[in-house]
Design a protein around this ligand. Structure first.
Ligand code: GDP
Ligand code: IMO
Ligand code: MG
Length: 423
């Protein structure tokens, strides 16, 4: 397969883990390019369920190399426990996982500050409390430690100075202080364990690419959570759109061949922020129950709503999506009528694009087109032509109004429940 960037086209949890897993056997390397362990990518293989937070989903395919790119923020304790869990299930990361020495280190004070800000008087984002915002904040203001710093003899001293600084802030806010000695001990131990994995992933990726190896760039979160393009400030702190693949790995744009957008046949969102097609009624509850819409990282119930074509078109435009990987069609099997938002009505005007202001987006009312449901199970379907005609009509309508071709259609969580159309 050509070098491919895969992104989430909504508010995350579109089924990226499943699609990455399905595509992994066609590539040599899977490289995550942004985010941290705020992500939860679920892969179901037979009766086994894997939830990956930092390790690329390609790890589940024997022999594939996996990269944690420079664009990530890495919680070393979280990463080690993920690697340990994988090992218990028979998957050894040794020799297969490569962590960028330029990736940003997430420290306990980032998590403490994240939790503190969420509980404070300020604006609540509904974060995963994994320290993502404060860690990216430190990167941007140039006070962060990076994974490569863990290997230097100055690490304990540098970490200690930052803990002192964070404790001064926590003290001023009346929050509980961090135990400096125990953090330094835990982190120096983690540094020893991670040392064999920390390396120059930029050179690994570019050398492999020059030798003709193919790379699948794994995005986390989704367009509407992107720090620049999402529903700011109700977003995460990284570029989840396709541009992030280059800045988050060091592979240049002219080496990228195609972009796949993963998109649910309806919409979900976790955390605070505007969501025009949200259903606060029994239909929303039905989508949540039938779609198993509970956070893979925090277990929070996901907010559910109809497909939003304004969001989809915006995502396709920003990331240059060539193909949709549409997921969870089966979750709509029991709907008599399905609605699709084609535009918004806002302050007396029709809007066809996403406004920059979250306050304005919160005032947007969806303009819906109603489509007849198929009321038949699609869960066992393995060929596109065997889908109920009304289901095909729905999928084809979504492609038409978003102007993107269908690459993959998913009708269930398992590998087998995947209809490969053009990919
Ligand atoms: P990600 O963050 O984009 O990787 O998505 P998550 O793993 O957080 O959430 C997607 C959920 O939907 C997971 O529980 C998947 O196992 C499940 N899933 C993926 N594709 C399908 C599908 O086509 N149908 C159904 N019913 N479940 C799916
Ligand atoms: P995957 O990769 C869904 C949301 C949080 C919150 C906002 C900011 O599984 O699709 P953060 O902890 O990043 O500072 O939280 O972003 N969020 C996600 N929502 N899927 C994710 O990842 C998410 N990662 C972060 O709920 O609203
Ligand atoms: Mg997820």
């Amino acid at each position: 397969m050509a070098n491919t960037v895969l992104i989430g086209a909504q508010w995350g949890d579109e089924g990226k883990g499943k699609v990455i897993d399905v595509l992994s056997n066609k590539v040599d390397i899977v490289a995550r390019f942004q985010g941290g362990n705020n992500a939860g990518h679920t892969v179901k293989i037979g009766d086994e369920k894997y939830v990956l937070h930092l390790v690329p989903s390609g790890i589940l395919h024997k022999g594939k190399k996996c990269i944690i790119g420079n664009g990530l923020v890495v919680d070393p304790i979280g990463l080690l426990s993920e690697m340990d869990e994988l090992k218990e299930k028979g998957i050894d990361c040794k020799g297969r996982l490569f962590i960028s020495d330029r990736a940003t280190l997430v420290c306990p004070y980032h998590k403490a500050l994240d939790a503190f800000r969420e509980s404070g008087r300020g604006r609540k984002i509904g974060t995963t409390k994994r320290g993502i915002g404060p860690a990216y904040g430190d990167k941007i203001i140039r006070t962060a430690l990076r994974m490569g710093d863990m290997l230097d003899k100055s690490f304990a001293k540098e970490l200690g100075a930052r803990i002192d600084c964070a404790n001064a802030q926590l003290k001023a806010g009346g929050a509980q202080l961090l135990n400096k000695a125990s953090i330094i001990k835990e982190y120096t131990k983690a540094a020893k364990r991670l040392a064999p994995y920390i390396t120059d992933t930029i050179t690994i990726l570019n050398n492999a690419e020059r030798k003709g190896k193919s790379i699948l760039f794994e995005g986390a979160q989704g367009t509407m959570l992107d720090i620049d393009f999402g529903t700011y400030p109700y977003v995460t702190s990284s570029n989840a759109t396709s541009g992030g693949a280059c800045t988050g790995t060091g592979v240049p744009p002219n080496r990228i061949d195609q972009v796949i957008g993963v998109i649910k046949c309806y919409t979900t969102r976790v955390g605070e922020g505007p969501f025009p097609t949200e259903l606060l009624d029994a239909t929303g509850e039905q989508l949540r129950t039938e779609g198993g819409e509970f956070g893979a990282t925090t277990g929070r119930p996901r907010r559910c709503g109809w497909f939003d074509a304004v969001v989809a078109r915006y995502s396709a435009m920003i990331s240059g999506v060539d193909y949709w990987a549409m997921t969870k069609l089966d979750v709509l099997d029991n709907q008599k009528t399905i609605k699709v938002c084609v535009a918004y009505q806002c302050d007396g005007k029709r809007l066809d694009t996403i406004p920059a202001s979250s306050a304005m987006l919160a005032r947007c009312k969806p303009i819906y087109k109603s489509i007849a449901g198929w009321n038949t199970s699609t869960k066992e379907v393995t060929r596109y032509k065997d889908l109920p005609p009304k289901a095909k009509k729905y999928v084809e309508y979504l492609c038409k109004i978003t102007g993107v071709k269908l690459g993959i259609l998913s009708v269930g969580a398992k590998r087998e429940s995947t209809l490969r159309i053009a990919l």
